[in-house]
Design a protein around this ligand. Structure first.
Ligand code: ACM
Ligand code: ZN
Length: 637
């Protein structure tokens, strides 16, 4: 009997929950697939196709793209199963290219029945996504890096899935400047995002703390700009490079490395958009080529010390040398990267030195520019002219609005949605990455038990992301992306910790759409993917299990402490008496009053009688201070 898990119209993504569990088959619910992102329509049955050493993969073996997809499928399965499926023109797992040229290139249909597995799509991209779904239909052990034996064998449930993405741009940004990631790590990141049907890798290649791409005509960029003094302490609190200190931290990608990454990404249907961040965030450029500073170039690459407004980090917009430099850089970047877009940054450009610079002032006068914002706009327009001549389109962060938007620019909105809304309403394409939903560098749970960073973006915030604001033509919104800035990300395992599971939530929003969210269902699937990540040795954050602690004041000034949880099925226990909380200490029911002389509040979450979150220990004096920031009416306690 079939269980219709959910059915959604392909186009509208409307989700109707029609789970009709077969009485005799409740046991098989444990194997109900936990797909992320959720497909547009799934029917499931309680029968299974078994993957065995004699299973074959069938496709037109003259088609190189299909052969590459079969290769990826086989290599992913081989680690865990220990066997390789032979590849032939016909097989048990069949890739079928349909003659439907108007269909969405990324859509696919996946059928598993007694004939085996069939993935049908108009384009290889769709076959690739069907293959990713197929892997998620297998037991979690399929992600194992060593041979595993799932209890029920390599079962693939009979199913019929119709699927297509909601958004064209489903991106992830990785900042490789603040922290240097090897090309192998970059490829691992791309593979992980492709697993969740993300299709754009935004490679933030340059910033104040390091220039990471070989530009053959400008060798000092990497000779000087790619290395800095080693530091691991807290960002903005670090000691600057000292006289005579060796610049041993860093690295860069040669153009050959980049070609390798591009080929790897292309095989996973991931477009790569390089970012060359100018005119601000350019300190590493000025160290290498000081002639492009307005007044005085800094001598050392920033290691994470405070410098804004003290050291220059913007290219002089009055000096033609800056434009000649960018012409050279963009010529090589455009030749290397096949994507139609190049991101030129444009964010957080400090303009204080421009305001004092004779060359910048002269430029403003000559061009009739009334403010340094207009000077920034002038700079960005010139970037657009350079890119257009090379057949490329410009993307910039939402600050490129200030002083007037370049005519054909695509805006990446990060300071909330407003920059994107304004751009879309004036006819520009937009990629939404509002920091409170999409910034993967932010805290994802109670700060005292998370590695140090700033501000907050919980899993619920990422899951609640809706890239299409009301009143905006959806056609103008290309999609969205998660951004991982790496000031406080010292290694790749921590990049994974910051990315997952928030990246899964974003993947789901961008692929499955926003109409039919089901937070509790999503959490269940996330937990299945925690298991998959464990098998794959991929790190992730369990922050969703930690309690949320919200101190506030009543209208008459009394301090209260609200405890909460992102998950609906957790019990929260607490103490004020300097002992560890557990399920025998008081359970939270309503906002707490701090008992007289209590020094510490300790809190822990439980599920099904077992501790699940971290023990959180906070000073009551700090909570009292924080409570001043939030006043609630008595009726809203
Ligand atoms: C940014 O976060 N400065 C784009
Ligand atoms: Zn200047």
């Amino acid at each position: 009997m079939k269980k219709l898990i959910h059915l959604a119209a392909l186009a509208g993504a409307s989700l109707i929950l029609l789970a009709s569990c077969n009485d005799a088959n409740n046991a098989s619910l444990s194997t109900t697939p936990s797909l992320i992102p959720l497909p547009q329509a799934v029917t499931l049955s309680d029968q299974y196709f078994m993957l065995t050493p004699s299973t074959t993969i069938g496709y037109d073996t003259n088609n190189k793209e299909l052969a590459a997809i079969a290769g990826i499928l086989n290599s992913k399965m081989k680690n865990a199963t220990g066997f390789t499926c032979s590849e032939k023109a016909t097989g048990d797992i069949r890739f079928v290219l349909l003659d439907t040229p108007t269909a969405n290139a990324e859509s696919y249909q996946l059928t598993v029945d007694n004939d085996g597995v069939e993935i049908a799509a108009a384009q290889p991209a769709g076959i690739f996504y069907g293959m990713q779904t197929l892997l998620q239909l297998l037991p979690t052990e399929i992600n194992s890096t060593t041979v595993a034996t799932p209890a029920a064998g390599w079962e693939i449930p009979y199913t019929d899935i119709k699927d297509a993405p909601q958004f064209k741009h489903r991106g992830m940004m990785l900042d490789v400047s603040r922290h240097w990631f090897t090309k192998e790590e970059v490829m691992a990141y791309i593979d992980q995002m492709a697993t969740y049907k993300m299709n754009v890798f935004h490679w933030h290649l340059t910033d104040d703390q390091g220039w990471r791409i070989e530009i053959k005509s400008l060798p000092r960029l990497t000779e000087m700009g790619a290395f800095r003094a080693p530091r691991v302490g807290q960002w903005w609190q670090r000691e600057p490079q000292q006289p005579g200190e060796a610049t041993t931290y860093g690295g860069y990608y040669t153009q050959e490395d980049i070609k390798e990454v591009l080929a790897y990404a292309a095989a996973r249907y991931v477009r790569v958009i390089p970012e060359i961040d100018v005119p601000g965030h350019a300190l590493a450029i000025l160290v290498a080529y000081p002639e492009m500073a307005c007044i005085k170039a800094p001598k050392t690459i920033n290691v994470g010390e405070k410098f804004y407004g003290i050291d220059e980090n913007s290219l002089c917009a009055g000096n033609e040398a800056s434009f000649e430099f960018m012409e050279k850089v963009l010529t090589e970047v455009a030749a290397l990267f096949p994507d139609e877009y190049i991101h030129i940054g444009g964010d957080e450009c400090y303009k204080g030195f421009w305001a004092k610079c004779p060359k910048c002032k002269k430029r403003m006068q000559a061009e009739g520019l009334k403010s340094t914002h207009e000077l920034q706009s002038y700079f960005i327009r010139r970037m657009e002219t350079i890119l257009k001549a090379k057949g490329k389109k410009l993307i910039g962060w939402d600050e490129i609005h200030e002083g007037g938007l370049a005519p054909e620019a695509t805006v990446m909105s990060w300071r909330g949605m407003q920059g994107g809304i304004t751009a879309a309403k004036s006819g520009h394409h937009v990629i939404m990455t509002p920091n409170n939903n999409c910034y993967l560098d932010l805290y994802q749970g109670e700060r005292s038990v998370e590695p140090d960073t700033y501000s907050m973006c919980r899993l619920t915030d990422s899951y609640n992301f809706n890239p299409i604001p009301e009143g905006v033509d959806p056609e103008m919104i290309l999609g969205g992306q998660g951004n991982l800035w790496t000031e406080s990300v010292p290694h790749f395992r921590h990049a994974e910790y910051m990315t997952w599971p928030r990246g899964w939530a974003l993947a789901e929003v961008l692929w499955s759409g926003t109409d039919n969210k089901d937070w509790n269902g999503f959490v269940k699937r996330v937990e299945n993917h925690f298991e998959r990540a464990d098998y794959a040795k991929i790190n992730y954050a369990r922050s969703m299990y930690n309690a949320i602690i919200n101190p506030f004041r009543t209208e008459n000034g009394d301090v209260r402490i609200e405890l909460a949880s992102e998950l609906s099925d957790l019990a929260i226990y607490y103490t004020f008496d300097n002992t560890d909380p557990d399920s025998y200490t008081p359970q939270y029911k309503a906002p707490l009053t701090i008992p007289k002389d209590a020094t510490w509040l300790r809190v822990v979450t439980y599920r099904d009688g077992k501790p699940i979150g971290k023990v959180i220990t906070l000073k009551t004096a700090d909570l009292i201070k924080q409570s001043a920031g939030s006043v609630r009416k008595v009726g809203n306690l």
